[in-house]
Design a protein around this ligand. Sequence first.
Ligand SMILES: [Zn+2]
Length: 382
Amino acid sequence: MSTFGAFVYLVSLRQYNSCPAPPEPSQNSDRAPRADRAEPAAALPAGNGSWAASVMGAAGSRLEKVLGEQFPEGERYFGLENFGNTCYCNSVLQISNQKKKTGVIAPKRFIQRLKKQNEIFRSYMHQDAHEFLNFLLNELVDILEKEHNAARESLQNLSLQKNLNGPINGQTNGSHKELAATWVHKCFQGILTNETRCLRCETVTDRDETFFDLSLDIEQNSSITSCLKNFSSTETLNAEDKFFCDKCCSLQEAQKRMKIKKPPNILVIHLKRFKYIEQLQRYKKLSYRVVFPLELKLLNTVDNSDLEYSLFAVVVHVGSGPNHGHYISLVKSHNHWLFFDDENVEMTDESMVQAFFGSPQEFSGNTDNGYILFYESLADKS
Ligand SMILES: [Zn+2]
């Protein structure tokens, strides 16, 4: 996790109607009971900021006991408190002034700010951990770019003043306004390339697009590797969906495929578990079993290199439908897997990850499913 010092890596939010839903029965007997449903929790690296620390959760002290001497230096594992019907988000927050290693905090100001800045998080519609993650990353990029530009402008003003006062150094006034690659870009950004081949003239057109995560369609009893394969499979554009070929100067049938040109350091995979069903006129949750391995080889790259990734966090959606439910997360920190459920933070075993692959039959009752997966590249670790 060292790659992202200041970033708080997880992530979940939950959906509410106007009042908190009653706790759903847990599918996993070895899981900590959820007495009170609160904000999903996050792992919190030490940083700056101040939070009104509240009660030390019993789970927190248990965790400290379990980890004992092995408690990683400088790490803080805090649960996040819930504010009933008013809150639905959770993220990565910075804390300092926290002498305790574990506990519960109330991310009140964070949620107030979130609601103020973005209307969609004020209602219960469309709230989704994936949407929230996207909002958070884009918002972070905006803030970091503004800071960067302000810093550069003041530097330019300073050098302009120097030049006016002293001998002119012709090289200082380059006014290129290139955008900074922020740490969000460095961690999460990858590049996809969209290859389109016109079936009439065979011309191949490449179009690149950046991404912070990959949203994958899922199938029953499949794996991340097969979902990625489908993602990169060739698709024919025809009928209403023809492609405008610049060479032919007209709409033509074409073949299209998507490949990864620049793989990100942190690969975020979003499984499309919420699907709009035309006949039902609503979204339905797909609890399909999709195996996600601890070690993933990324095969669909432009240069066909096998890139290896290691799973370090999973956001799990709990519940049978898209409008009700709960989010919990599993996070690997210093070789320990931690289980975050609202204000509860518990140690768990690596094998627990398998419990969230999904259900091989449609009506099995297993509704705790991996929803967003975080993989870290092993490339610069060797
Ligand atoms: Zn053509």
